[in-house]
Structure formats: structure tokens, C-alpha cells
Design a protein around this ligand. Structure first.
Ligand code: NAP
Length: 367
């Protein structure tokens, strides 16, 4: 039976007939509606001339275990990415975890051992390291030419992406410098910092109230919150936007009902209800921006929009800035070239670094 037929009972989207030799993909609640992963991976497959395809798998919460079971038996599936809301739920369903993914407590990539076992990885952190320290297309040197060693890093956020970044950045800092983590929910920042400190000897966490005290000491500020990202976000009590805000100051956006089409009139309703909060955030964030260390570089994981309010303020205040686009490409290239398909690329005569560069470039062209 073809793969699309074997997976039909476990997914809610419809797949075209799958006849390729190698298959990859992305599992989430509805990746078929938004995920970039298949586009990026398919560009790399085309560039390599492989008989392979990457597909979105929309899986309802109750079906994740059965889906993973079906994939385990489908040996043509070399691996797959994992996205919202399964990055944590998938942990107990896998056969093994990469040690750093185990520390992070979340998986965004699954590969397969020679015996067919499914292994979980986290490539977000390595993607951030690569974006910060490698020479990127269109740049004459890396964003951080001297790397991460000895840096004084202020990380905003303690969610899934922040966890990956915190462990990888601390690992790359080799016990030098400082890593401070600020999060709206202070307990999550403290817990994350405690875990990172236990593993790498650096890490201090606090709530947003510490931001104004810590911001002047940092020479690298990383936003790993959702604040600044485009698009509606949904809470049980309604929908809200975070795009107009900077993560350098608190934000409490108004909620609007989701019982109508999310068109211009509802955007305006949200805008009028949140105007004062946006103004307060902008005022306080500009004040925080003015207190940045003059030598600080600013990195935002968000890539939609390409320039968030955080990055625009920082750029206008004279700081080097980097958005999340290259991290997004880098985490996909890391998963493809170093985790899921490393053996196949090596068998095709591509050494590890050359394979990564080729995959990165193919993905960058279509991003
Ligand atoms: P997540 O797990 O939902 O975490 C969200 C984070 O944002 C938490 O720290 C949360 O704080 C904070 N937050 C939410 N609303 C806030 C507000 N109003 N004020 C202050 N903080 C707020 O999300 P995630 O998966 O970590 O993703 C975070 C961002 O990174 C997203 O925009 C995502 O697109 C981006 N990302 C980019 C890449 C890339 O390749 N460039 C990769 C992964 C993620 P609380 O803990 O207090 O709720």
C-alpha cells in the first residue's frame, strides 16, 4: 500500500499519491495551512536531484501516537519536523532523544537510526547559533564575527524556542560571559535558567521587572517571545495581535471576539481597544532601547514581519540587527543535512560541511 493510503486514517489533510523513494515532512495540528518546511525541503531535494518529497501531516491531538506508530513502520520516511502543538507531546512516543533535546525538553525534528528507531532532535538552538555565527548570504562577515564566547546575553522569553536557544547559546559560550533570561512569567525564566546553569554553569532568570536593570549590561539581546509577530493569536477569551508591540516593555493587548470574520473592521476594533497599551509599550520600549549597551547587537527570532518593532527601534538607535529568517533556514538545513539525511548525503559524496552549505543555499533561494 502507498504511504498516503497507510497514513490516511491518522491525518486530516489529503495527500497526493506518494511514490518517491524518500519521504520527509512536518507534523502539527494544521501544518498544511502554513508550514514552510515542505517548500524548503522540496527545494533541497530538487537541487540534489533526489527522488524524494516533503509533505505536511495535519494530525488531531488524539491521533499523534497512532501517527508516530504508522511512521515508525513506514521505512521510506527518513524523518520529519514537528511543530505546534506537538513539540513536547511527541517526546514519550519516540525511541530515543538526542541528549541536548532531552535537556531542552522539546523536539522539532525526528530522524531514524539504521535499525529504524525514531530519534528526536531540537534544531532551533543550532539554527540560532548558525544564523549568529556563520557568514550569511549577502553579508561580508558573520553577524557576530567573534562568536558567542564571553558574550553577555539577555534572552527574552522562556517558551519552546527560547529553551532551545538558551541551551545551545550557553553551550557555545563554554561557561564564559553571562546569560540572563527574562520572561513575562518569571517562574519559567527562573526554571529555564536553573536548568541551563546546571548544564553549562551560566544562567540567571527573572520576570520582566528586571529588564530595565539588566538591559544595559547585555551585548547581545535575543527576542524569543512571540511579541512583535504578525497575525492573530488566539486565547480562550478571544483573539489579539502582538505585532505592534516591542518585547522590551510589558504588553497587555485587548481581546476581541472571534465570532465574526477576522477582517478590517475587527482589526480596527482591536486597534482602538489596544491603542493606549500600544502607546505605553512604545514609550517604555524606546526608553529601554536608549539604555541598551552601545555595543549591543539585537537578534529577533521572529521573521514575520522581517523587521519587528524591537529591531526597528534598535536599528534606528544604531545597533546591528538580525531577524529570524536565517535562523529559520538554518534550523531546516541543520535538520536535513546534519540529522535526518546526513548518511544519504555522505553516501552521495557530499562531506558534512559541503552538504550543509548546499542544502542551506537551496533552501535560502526559495524562503
Ligand atoms: P511559545 O512556546 O508559545 O512561547 C511564547 C513566549 O512568548 C513565552 O516566553 C511567553 O511568555 C512570551 N509571550 C507571549 N505573549 C507575551 C506578552 N504579551 N508579553 C510578553 N511575553 C509574551 O512560542 P515559541 O515556539 O517559543 O516561539 C516564540 C517565537 O519564536 C515565535 O514568534 C516563533 O515564530 C519564533 N520562532 C522562530 C524560529 C526561527 O527559526 N526563526 C524558530 C522557532 C520559533 P509566557 O511564558 O509568560 O507566556
Amino acid at each position: 500500500m502507498r504511504l498516503d493510503e497507510r497514513l490516511r486514517a491518522h491525518i486530516t489533510n489529503t495527500l497526493s499519491p506518494v511514490t518517491t523513494r524518500v519521504v520527509a515532512g512536518i507534523v502539527g495540528d494544521e501544518p498544511s495551512k502554513y508550514a514552510k518546511t515542505p517548500v524548503l525541503w522540496n527545494a533541497a531535494f530538487r537541487d540534489l536531484g533526489w527522488d524524494a518529497v516533503s509533505l505536511p501531516y495535519d494530525v488531531a491531538p488524539g491521533n499523534l501516537a497512532a501517527f508516530v506508530g504508522a511512521i515508525r513502520d513506514a521505512r521510506e520516511v527518513a524523518g520529519f519536523s514537528v511543530t505546534v502543538p506537538y513539540k513536547i507531546d511527541i517526546l514519550p512516543l519516540l525511541d530515543d532523544l538526542d541528549p541536548i533535546a532531552r535537556q531542552i525538553g522539546a523536539v522539532n525534528m525526528v530522524g531514524r537510526t539504521e535499525s529504524g528507531a525514531l530519534v528526536g532532535y531540537n534544531t532551533d538552538g543550532q539554527g540560532a547559533i548558525d544564523a549568529l555565527t556563520r557568514k550569511l548570504p549577502g553579508m561580508d562577515r558573520p553577524f557576530l564575527p567573534d562568536g558567542l564566547k564571553g558574550r553577555h546575553v539577555l534572552l527574552l522569553g522562556a517558551g519552546g524556542a527560547a529553551r532551545g536557544v538558551a541551551f545551545y547559546v550557553a553551550s557555545a559560550m563554554l561557561g564564559t560571559g553571562t546569560l540572563r533570561i527574562v520572561n513575562r512569567t518569571a517562574a519559567k525564566a527562573v526554571a529555564l535558567a536553573t536548568g541551563v546553569r546546571a548544564a553549562y554553569g551560566i544562567g540567571e532568570g527573572a520576570g520582566e521587572d528586571k529588564l530595565h536593570r539588566w538591559i544595559g549590561d547585555a551585548d547581545l539581546v535575543i527576542n524569543a517571545t512571540v511579541v512583535g509577530q504578525s497575525g492573530w493569536r488566539r486565547a480562550p477569551a478571544g483573539a489579539f495581535l502582538v505585532e505592534p508591540y516591542s518585547p522590551l516593555a510589558p504588553s497587555n493587548p485587548a481581546l476581541v471576539g472571534t465570532d465574526r470574520p477576522m477582517d478590517g473592521s475587527i482589526v480596527r476594533e482591536w486597534f482602538l481597544a489596544s491603542k493606549k497599551d500600544v502607546q505605553t509599550n512604545a514609550y517604555d520600549a524606546l526608553d529601554a532601547t536608549s539604555r541598551l549597551n552601545p555595543a549591543a547587537s539585537c537578534f529577533d527570532l521572529v521573521y514575520s514581519p522581517l523587521e519587528t518593532r524591537f529591531l526597528r527601534d534598535a536599528r534606528l538607535a544604531g545597533h546591528p540587527t538580525l531577524n529570524g529568517k536565517w535562523m529559520n533556514v538554518a534550523q531546516a538545513a541543520d535538520g536535513f543535512a546534519r540529522r535526518v539525511l546526513a548518511k544519504e548525503l555522505a553516501a552521495g559524496g557530499l562531506a558534512a560541511d559541503a552538504a550543509y552549505d548546499r542544502v542551506f543555499e537551496a533552501m535560502a533561494r526559495v524562503w
